[in-house]
Design a protein around this ligand. Structure first.
Ligand SMILES: Nc1ncnc2c1ncn2[C@@H]1O[C@H](COP(=O)(O)OP(=O)(O)O)[C@@H](O)[C@H]1O
Ligand SMILES: [Mg+2]
Length: 433
């Protein structure tokens, strides 16, 4: 089995496991308004994802957001790993890492609910996944800069968010500020000496396929390669900005049935274009979405998310041309892959083809063999796909052969012809009159 086929099989088996937050998770703990949990008086639900439900709450007279992890999600993701990731988030308390990152206040175990919880700042605004087509284009460059800046700050701390996507971002009502939430699958990048080991374990995480790059969804990431995590981050930022620019989620129209989404991540080069968004940002987003992660890293750097100050340099123009070529090449490769993996004939079609070949052989033999009586063959179309071959034999008394005919149903294996084949065309084959 080829590596691609093997990867494909594994992915298809694992889809339910890696498919984070797009399965329409049923919210547990959705009737706790008015309850007190770990000193927080819960008031209303702010949202929920695959891992937990988030309430607005009052704590020491202050408005906060409280996330309660779904016990089912803890069991699925592994209690030890969930706890470890919660610890990573608690390590950020008081660090004021970045103004565009949700601030964490407290967290731990909530024994009365038999689960884990996290207390955060309550971010006012609307979740970006609820704002399709509503982001004013002129605000997008500023929001892009904020998103890139917070991801860069995390990287400087040796952290990768790994789940940057619209549902994990809140936009303020004036569209001026963006906050990145949900550090639920945050990953501590390894120290140089134990890089390979750590990266391998990092690969086993759960993610959101729609907003994750192909090397990640298809498990092709080079575990020990420099910059592999940065390439993931760039892709996820690009995928998020795609939605802001295009006003619709990435791979819309290429995601049903669900497994088709996985193919789209690998094979569909999304359109990123807008008359109202500056060319430099469109180019950055297209570069972020390059399928090949090493190329992505060659084309994107952190500065590309901020408006260029000087004139467009020659190498930038060359980059633009090269990017266009790479995107065309991606489209060509995907088409070639589709042709390769086009389904073969069904068993029924195979039998028809065998039948046609078999009867065709007999016909050719009969028409060319002088020991048989003179015969004619005519064809009558029955439908676009079927036709009837009629063999008519003359009587040949010398061989004691009575006149007769027989018909045989045939299925066209090539493009159907609407006209019956004339006897003349058959004549060339043999003794038709
Ligand atoms: N601190 C917060 N302030 C306001 N809304 C929040 C906050 N945290 C989460 N939310 C809302 O709750 C939703 C689910 O939270 P999230 O942490 O992403 O859960 P999950 O890990 O299950 O995806 C988010 O999409 C967002 O709408
Ligand atoms: Mg989330």
């Amino acid at each position: 089995m080829s590596v691609d086929r093997r990867a494909e099989r594994i992915i298809r088996e694992q889809i339910p496991r890696i498919d984070r937050s797009e399965r329409g998770a049923v919210a547990e703990f959705d009737d706790l308004a008015g309850r007190e949990v770990e000193g927080c008086l819960l008031s209303r639900v702010l949202g929920h994802g695959a891992d937990g439900i988030v309430y607005a709450a009052k704590r020491d007279g202050r408005e906060v957001a409280v996330k309660l992890f779904f016990p089912s999600a803890i069991a699925k993701n592994g209690p030890a790993e969930t706890r470890e990731r919660l610890e990573l988030q608690l390590d950020l308390i008081g660090t004021n890492l970045h103004p565009n990152l949700v601030e964490v206040y407290a967290g731990g175990e909530a024994p009365q609910l038999n689960t884990l919880y996290l207390v955060m700042e309550l971010v006012p605004g609307t979740s970006l996944d609820k704002l399709d087509g509503k982001i004013p284009p002129e605000t997008i460059p500023t929001l892009a800069g904020q998103l890139a800046d917070v991801a860069r700050a995390l990287e400087a701390e040796g952290l990768v968010h790994r789940d940057i996507k619209p549902a994990n971002i809140v936009i303020s009502d004036d569209f001026k500020t963006l906050k990145l939430l949900d550090l639920g699958i945050i990953h501590q990048m390894p120290a140089a000496e134990d890089e390979t080991e750590e990266r391998r374990s990092g690969m086993e995480f759960v993610a959101t396929p729609r907003y994750s790059p192909p090397e990640f969804v298809w498990r092709q990431e080079q575990e020990d390669a420099d910059g592999a995590w940065r390439a993931v981050t760039f892709y996820q930022i690009g995928a998020t900005l795609h939605d802001m620019i295009m006003g619709k989620p990435l791979f819309t129209g290429y995601d049903k049935p669900r497994v088709r989404l996985y193919d789209a991540v690998r094979d569909h080069t999304p359109e990123v274009a807008s008359e109202n968004v500056q060319g430099w940002l469109i180019q950055t987003v297209q570069s972020c979405l390059l399928k090949e992660w090493r190329q992505r890293l060659q084309f994107v750097c952190w500065e590309d998310f901020f408006e260029p100050t000087g004139p467009v340099e020659l190498h930038q123009r060359e980059k633009r041309i090269r990017l266009r070529q790479l995107r065309s090449e991606e489209i060509r490769l995907a088409k070639a892959r589709q042709v390769q993996s086009a389904p073969g004939p069904t068993r029924e079609q195979q039998l028809w083809l065998l039948n046609n070949a078999f009867i065709g052989e007999i016909r050719t033999y009969l028409l060319n063999t002088p020991i048989f009586p003179k015969s004619r063959v005519s064809e009558e179309p029955r439908s676009q796909q079927e036709y009837v071959s009629r063999f008519t034999f003359e009587s040949d008394e010398s061989r004691d052969f009575p006149a007769g005919s027989f018909s045989h149903y045939m299925l066209r294996s090539t493009r159907p012809s609407t006209k019956p084949r004339s006897c003349r065309s058959v004549r060339r084959l043999g003794r038709c009159r």
